[in-house]
Every structure is written in structure tokens, then in C-alpha cells.
Design a protein around this ligand. Structure first.
Ligand SMILES: [Zn+2]
Ligand SMILES: [Zn+2]
Length: 228
């Protein structure tokens, strides 16, 4: 007697598929290892920085630099295989002086990042006449970036000085805690505690320059032309 479908044991009558949890997993792509840590031992994922980015930023900033005015940009990108890649340099609307630079209309930056699925990975700014370091105001700006993402970096370009550029993060501890707790008045003020920030480029830092990493420049300033 031929078996009819309704006589099949239930396991054979069902389509030959497994419940989702039992499906064979696609092989996981290799993950980048973390080799750097905060001072409190929290691991930091590697952040890949396109080497030509700072040159491009400096050329965009040059009209401002020539007038002794700062320029700032936002570093944005993506997380891939446990590493962070800077893929966009965004120039936000801003106002500046010889030693400060302030984003205005932050909403347009957030809208751009949201619609392009980008993470904010740090910021870059010029010191037209100052040396390459993080001022007290820079420390207060950067602590917000680093609280959002511990790997966030601040790149400073000081084209008239040597060294002419640096990639920094706050130490943690003491930097993040000291700056968060600081309520000193004034844009610029001394912090007594030493070593509030450190170099993040190269070993033992978590930032690696990558010549071939492609990036886009987006100028959100009214005089900018969008993607350039
Ligand atoms: Zn600065
Ligand atoms: Zn302070």
C-alpha cells in the first residue's frame, strides 16, 4: 500500500527546513582584535584614520587659517568587524575666533549622520597660531565625544608649529573624570591635575593611519557646496 501524505510521520510531512535557531550559521567574518586600552583597562577598538584626511581638511580650512581663525570638522564613519573606520569628514556650520571654534546648527549634522547611518567618531580642528595640544576648552568639548564613544578622538592641526598635528583622547582616569567634574568659570582655565590627555596615534594608541581608506568630504556650511 502506498503511503499517502497524511500518513507520513509529522517530521517528514513538514517542509524540510529547520527552525531559525537551528539553521547553520554563516561563517563569521574575522574580527579585528583590540590591542589598546584605556588607563582603567577598558579595551579600545582600533580606529582607522585615512592618512590624506588631514591634508584635505587643511586645504578646506586654509581661507580661515590665513585669517587666523580656527576651523572644525566632524569625523564620522562606521563599525565593521569590531573596528571603527573614519569614512566621512563633515564640515559643520560654525563660528570661530583665533582660538575657538563652535558648531552652530548641530541639528543639520545629526540629520546628515542619521540619514547616512554614520557614527560620530571624533572631531578635527585647526590651531592657526597656537601649538598642537588640547586647550582647556578643547578638553571640555572632547569629553562629550568620549562619553558617547570611548574611542572618539580629537585631531589638532597646528600648521605653523612643529609637531604640526596630533591625535588625542582624554585619559580615563584621570582626564574624563576631572574634566566632567570641572566647574571652573571661563572659556580657558588651568587644570591642576597632570596628564589629562594622551596621544592616541600608533602603538600603544588605538588609532592607525590607513593610506588607502576612502573617505568623503561633506561641507554643511552655507557657503559650502554639499559633498565636495
Ligand atoms: Zn583647540
Ligand atoms: Zn575645566
Amino acid at each position: 500500500m502506498h503511503p499517502t501524505p497524511h500518513n507520513h510521520p509529522p517530521s517528514l510531512a513538514r517542509p524540510l527546513s529547520l527552525p531559525p535557531l537551528l539553521k547553520p550559521q554563516a561563517p563569521q567574518p574575522p574580527q579585528f582584535a583590540t590591542t589598546s586600552h584605556l588607563e582603567n583597562n577598558t579595551p579600545l577598538r582600533t580606529l582607522f584614520l585615512p592618512s590624506p584626511l588631514r591634508h584635505r581638511f587643511l586645504s578646506l580650512a586654509s581661507p580661515q587659517t590665513a585669517q587666523n581663525l580656527e576651523t572644525c570638522g566632524i569625523l564620522a564613519g562606521t563599525l565593521l568587524q569590531n573596528a571603527l573606520f573614519i569614512t566621512h569628514l563633515i564640515i559643520p556650520e560654525q563660528t570661530s575666533t583665533p582660538d575657538t571654534c563652535e558648531m552652530t546648527n548641530e541639528a543639520s549634522l545629526h540629520t546628515y549622520c542619521d540619514t547616512h547611518d554614520l557614527m560620530v567618531l571624533g572631531w578635527i580642528h585647526t590651531h592657526p597660531s597656537q601649538t598642537c595640544f588640547l586647550s582647556s576648552r578643547d578638553l571640555h568639548t572632547h569629553v562629550w565625544f568620549q562619553m558617547q564613544l570611548p574611542e572618539s578622538v580629537a585631531i589638532v592641526c597646528a600648521p605653523s608649529k612643529e609637531p604640526s598635528w596630533g591625535v588625542f583622547r582624554l585619559t580615563d582616569p584621570p582626564g574624563v573624570g576631572v574634566v566632567r567634574a570641572c566647574e571652573k568659570p571661563g572659556i580657558f582655565h588651568p587644570h591642576e591635575e597632570g596628564r589629562l590627555f594622551t596621544d592616541a596615534l600608533g602603538r600603544p594608541g588605538h588609532v592607525v593611519e590607513y593610506e588607502e581608506l576612502r573617505f568623503e568630504v561633506v561641507d554643511l556650511r552655507p557657503m559650502g557646496k554639499g559633498r565636495v
